[in-house]
Design a protein around this ligand. Structure first.
Ligand SMILES: Cc1cc2nc3c(=O)[nH]c(=O)nc-3n(C[C@H](O)[C@H](O)[C@H](O)COP(=O)(O)OP(=O)(O)OC[C@H]3O[C@@H](n4cnc5c(N)ncnc54)[C@H](O)[C@@H]3O)c2cc1C
Length: 327
């Protein structure tokens, strides 16, 4: 089945925004990348189910689907995405809760042992992570402070097990509702079923986070706000926040720091095309004016090789390259 036929198939079956050849650059923090052949932003959960239902079947099984949140961990090819982009927009940005977390859910949150008073926070897939920190802080609920300056969404953060300041999503996640694009099953999975570890989960491209439930501890409002402020300050002093980037480029190897390895190889400021290694933090790569996604890709490859030559360590990218790249 051609992509035109897929677009035709979806038309009339879904209610949200369905567009052809929509440029994706504006949906990423790198502000780079080409168009999605088909772009779909669902109106609500039923609309996602209608979308998935329309795509089921042997004829459309080969059509690649890219799920997007806030595009803060993605480098999309300059040639774009040849399949369908499923992007969660404003309809999936919501937070509810504040009530005590039910006992069976509380059992899934590892922080429970040291934080016995657990409260529930339910969130939609596209909710911005800083909103979680702010919502919790207003209620003097602790545990999400680390998300205050991570520009991703709940869906992307669960998939990536996002983390910072010694904490990660796994520390607070109780459960997430997952849609399987192949079986069409929608099921709430307890956090341990997602197998979360350092910047990974067992979610594949075909398993979509619709919402997530977190456990929070009762805390001291002033202390929570002070921690958030300290996290913000630390970032603004050590990371290049205001320029085009997607956070840490490489995962930290066990017992080591990717930034230190890049710096030790003499690569701070190293440039390929319009992309360069940040002078402030060597694990952040900046897309300068006129740069392309291919420049970022080439820079990442070159830095990997040079770090390997210098230290013998192959760094593994944390950012995700999507679509076709040369080389
Ligand atoms: C300035 C800056 C600072 C950052 N700091 C940190 C940090 O401290 N810690 C950290 O961990 N990360 C950090 N990041 C990276 C990024 O914010 C996180 O990885 C975030 O969790 C990605 O969320 P997203 O919504 O932007 O996902 P996207 O970039 O849109 O997607 C990332 C991956 O998640 C998948 N995905 C997205 N939504 C869903 C969904 N609903 N269901 C299933 N899969 C989905 C995508 O297919 C893709 O594979 C930083 C990025 C920037 C730009």
């Amino acid at each position: 089945m051609t992509i035109d036929q897929v677009a035709h198939l979806l038309h009339g079956k879904v209610r949200g925004t369905l567009t052809r050849d929509l440029n994706l650059a504006g949906f990423t923090t790198y502000r780079l990348g080409g168009p999605a052949a088909v772009y779909f932003e669902p109106a609500d959960v039923d609309d996602v189910a209608a979308f998935a239902g329309a795509l089921v079947g042997s004829e459309v099984a080969d059509i690649p689907v890219l799920v997007m949140g806030r595009g803060s961990n993605l480098v999309i090819s300059d040639r774009g995405w040849p399949g369908v982009v499923l992007r969660f927009g404003a309809a999936f940005s919501w937070i509810e809760g504040g009530d005590p977390l039910p006992e069976e859910r509380a059992k899934c949150v590892p922080a429970r042992a040291d934080t016995p008073m657990l409260y529930e926070m339910r969130t939609g897939a596209s909710t911005a992570l800083p909103q979680l920190a702010n919502w919790a802080a207003r209620r003097s609920l602790a545990g999400m402070e680390f998300t205050v300056a991570i520009p991703g969404s709940v869906g992307g953060a669960v998939r990536m097990n996002a983390g910072a300041h010694g904490r990660d999503i796994a520390a607070n996640l109780a459960a997430a509702t997952i849609l399987d694009l192949d079986s069409l099953e929608v099921a709430e999975k307890a956090a341990p079923e997602l197998d979360l570890s350092y910047r990974r989960s067992n979610l594949t491209e075909r398993r979509v986070v619709l919402d997530a439930t977190f456990g929070l501890a009762q805390g001291d409002g002033a202390a929570i706000k002070a921690r958030m402020e300290a996290h913000r300050k630390h970032r603004s002093e050590t990371q290049p926040g205001a320029v085009q980037n997607a956070g840490s480029v490489f995962k930290n190897p066990e017992g080591n720091s990717a930034g230190r390895l890049v710096e030790a190889a003499g690569l701070k400021g190293f440039t390929v095309g319009g992309a360069s290694v940040s002078e402030l933090h060597a694990n952040f790569f900046i897309a300068g004016p006129g740069s392309s996604s291919q420049d970022v890709y080439d820079l990442v490859q070159e830095v990997r090789h040079r770090v390997h030559e210098h230290s013998g360590i192959w760094l593994e990218p944390e950012i995700r390259f999507v679509g076709d790249f040369d080389g």
